[in-house]
Ligand binder design. Structure first.
Ligand code: SAH
Length: 339
């Protein structure tokens, strides 16, 4: 199988070119071509034809292809279904904010975490995405829309920490100033709470924003909603988040999808008890409809009351703005195909 050059960091690409008997600067040239949207080695026009042919014997460059593109009539959010080189597909969402464009990328084809409110896990896991398929989503939307992405959220299909090595590699590639150059503070990774991986990630020297999908204030409800809670208790998960905060100085965000299951006043009080002594932020997400699931959103007033209770009791909380509702581009609605 050919080596995909988009899976290499600048350093690795440089040594690869040296091993091919080429000057080190060739590595940087190719790295730049990839982040500017080259779809094949032939697009790298400052490499000689002979060099492109030599490289082509063992290596390749590719970009996801747009299989379908939907634009929200409500807020302009764009959702892509991208085709990958092995025929699989994933979804990516582009949102426009006053501070720039933000892209929500997928980290896996499908997901095996089994959260009972989420569409992405319905067909199970197919495979993790390679680093080039994660950067490729960003590069392809920049190229298609003629924009520059300023923020990345790894909140699309998949559990990023279930594809740990590739996600860490992707983060290093996307942060490199020779490529997309997106700063750590402009990147957010959301995890369902693989606590051992959170601890490991704390030591990587990658101080991005961490979001933890909490969704319940007690272990028994969380186990009912999220199978991962059978592997790690809330206490263990929060301890891992505390370690992340201590090592990186980045305040952790807790996501809480509000429904009739977890949105009553007693549950708000339990959530306050869990979080009030932490320097954190709660992001409330009125649960989004997924046709195979039976979660029911609580009304606007009770969402506002839940948020107000948290804020009044020392837990900083905001309600996440719903974007792309008419094109099923909201949290938990992304899928692997046109279904
Ligand atoms: N696997 C990662 C990223 C996935 S989704 C994780 O679990 O964090 C990003 C966020 O959307 C998560 O907080 C997820 O729990 C939430 N989510 C999933 N389904 C949802 C739904 N139907 N309504 C609202 N939020 C949902």
């Amino acid at each position: 199988m050919a080596l995909n050059l988009g899976d290499l960091t600048l350093e690795e690409l440089t040594s690869y070119m040296k091993s091919m008997g080429e000057g080190a600067f060739r590595g940087k040239q190719i790295f730049e071509w990839i982040s500017r949207g080259a779809e094949s080695l032939d697009d790298c026009t400052n490499l000689s034809k002979a060099l492109r042919e030599k490289l082509g014997q063992s290596a390749e460059i590719c970009l996801p292809t747009v299989r379908r593109k939907l634009v929200s009539r409500i807020d302009g959010t764009v959702k892509y279904l991208f085709g990958l080189s092995d025929g699989n597909a994933i979804e990516t969402v582009v949102m426009s904010y006053h501070h720039g464009y933000s892209v929500c990328i997928s980290s896996q084809v499908g997901c095996r975490m089994g959260c009972t409110f989420c569409a992405s896990t319905l067909g199970g896991l197919v495979r993790g995405l390679a680093p080039n398929e994660m950067t490729g989503q960003i590069i392809a939307v920049q190229k298609d829309l003629g924009i520059r992405i300023s923020n990345i959220v790894i909140m699309g299909i998949g559990e990023p920490f279930d594809n740990y090595d590739n996600v860490v590699k992707f983060l290093k590639i996307v942060n490199d100033p020779a490529g997309l150059g997106i700063g750590w503070r402009h990147i957010t990774l959301s995890t369902c709470g693989l606590a051992d991986k959170i601890c490991r990630f704390s030591g990587e020297g990658i101080p991005i924003n961490l979001a933890l999908s909490l969704h319940a204030p007690d272990d028994s409800l969380r186990r009912e909603m999220m199978p991962v809670a059978k592997a790690y208790t809330i206490a263990e998960t929060l301890a891992a988040c505390d370690e992340y905060f201590e090592k990186t100085g980045r305040r952790v965000t807790f996501e809480y999808a509000l429904s009739e299951k977890n949105g009553n006043p007693a549950q708000a009080a339990a959530l306050v008890r869990l979080l009030r002594d932490r320097n954190c932020h709660v992001n409330l997400i009125p649960v989004n409809p997924v046709r195979e699931r039976d979660y029911v959103r609580t009304g606007k007033e009770s969402v506002a009351a839940f948020a107000e209770y948290l804020n009044k009791n020392g837990v900083n909380a905001t309600v996440r703005r719903e974007l792309g509702g008419d094109i099923s581009a909201s949290c938990g609605q992304l899928r692997n195909g046109e279904i």
